[in-house]
Design a protein around this ligand. Sequence first.
Ligand code: NAP
Length: 506
Amino acid sequence: MTAAIPTLAASMHSMAGVFAALLPQDGLSSAELGTRDLVIQATYLIAAVLFILGLRSLTRPAQARLGMQQAAFGMLFAVIGTLLNAHILTYQYIIIGLVVGAIIGYPMAMKVPMTAMPQFIAFSHAFGAIAATLVGIVEYRHSFTMGMDGMMPGMSSGVAAAIGFEVLFGALTVTGSFMAFGKLQELITGRPITFPGQNAFNITLIGVALISLGVLIYNPDTAWAFYTIVGLGFFLGVSMVLPIGGGDMPVVISLLNSYAGLAASATGFAIGNNVLIIAGALEGAGGFILSIIMSKAMNRSFANIIFGAFGSAPSSKGKDAGPAKEPKTISVEDAATQLAYAGSVVIIPGYGMAVAQAQHVCRELHELVEKHGGKVSYAIHPVAGRMPGHLNVILSEAGIDYGALLTDVEDANRVLQTADIAVIIGANDIVNPDAEDDKASPLYGMPIFRPWTSKVSFVVKRGKGTGFSGVENPLFTKDNTFMIYGDAKGVLGNLIKEIKALDEGH
Ligand code: NAP
């Protein structure tokens, strides 16, 4: 869904960008123009209905695929409708754009691994936002350039407000998305980059941009105000994302997604394109709701994410809190024996499972435990992994039944209380008891799973690495917690082998 709406809006931006630069065609009769306009509006209506149906389907995991198909068909109708526009003088540049876009986009979308999805979305956002910004600049220049008829179209204050808003949010989204991409792809440090007075500096820049917007609305032909907004938009994208840690990038990306949607909607008003208004509004609202869901699940405010420089601090308990207790380990053989005889098992997958691509082997283990009479369920945290729904998608990819997923944290905690074994696979922050016990922890207040309430818990991870928050996890040293160190895929494979060996009586 997050990928569908920005892509859709980006395509509309690109189309609109081409149209904005072209002049009206006079060769058609008014009857032809009327029929054509009717067909265009009908395709836009179908597109809008399909976008909304797609979003509705995406609210249920079982229908998510259908939702993506509905949205894709909606996009097809929107593109067809736009291509029928009577203002197009030549299709040459549009065809070149479509071919180049398809050659770059298709292999990228097919090859990108799930773990790289956040940066992929950031990257595609940047291009959608470039298109929105260009549409704004072209439209502004067109309005204040003398036409062949010797007239200058000019611009009303309402349109100037829409265009100013569009280029500010568009430009901010371009550089902000590239920064988010760079941080997630580790091209630049994922740690927050801060300097004294940074927040005051950013707020001053926002103030100057808003004053320039006010000047532009008051007097639309003030070109310096327009280009100041564009320049500050580009600068703000960099300066506002610098102090945000790499781990918070998914929230930033969905916030930028929301800004890009609002910019697209403003473009729709400026160039009179209904489907752009609707797609932009859906994208704006979708991105905003997603950001709220993520920050709620992390129990953090937007202000804390944007100004909090989360991820820069070491463990809240510090390094001199006394000699650290060592986690206990369990052998794969012993863990396999316990799993084979367990009556109920709750699997808690996290980011590490996605990194290891261990979902298929996890399903095999699940089936094996069930063959031995155990009941298996999955506790899925709303912010497990690096994007909302990350683990749901990965598990469904492996064919794990939705009925086995516990997606409500409190429901899952009730099941954990009576479980024989909790198996934590590549998860860390979402099972950190400090979120409940340590007020100084950056995780404090985040709802978490309580695997220590089960009879025993096994933690599968490669070593002593911290989670994305960078803090230590006291779960690992609890009396009934046992570590199984190794790559998740390898460890689960070995557990399967051992259970099978038990069955064969070795
Ligand atoms: P996590 O806290 O990032 O922990 C992942 C753990 O996986 C690490 O401790 C790592 O330990 C282990 N790991 C990495 N590669 C592995 C491999 N190949 N095999 C086995 N283990 C591996 O992940 P989480 O528990 O899923 O929590 C998600 C975090 O991301 C939360 O703090 C959340 O707030 C944040 N976040 C999520 C979203 C979202 O929308 N989902 C958005 C923004 C932020 P080793 O290095 O020792 O192996």
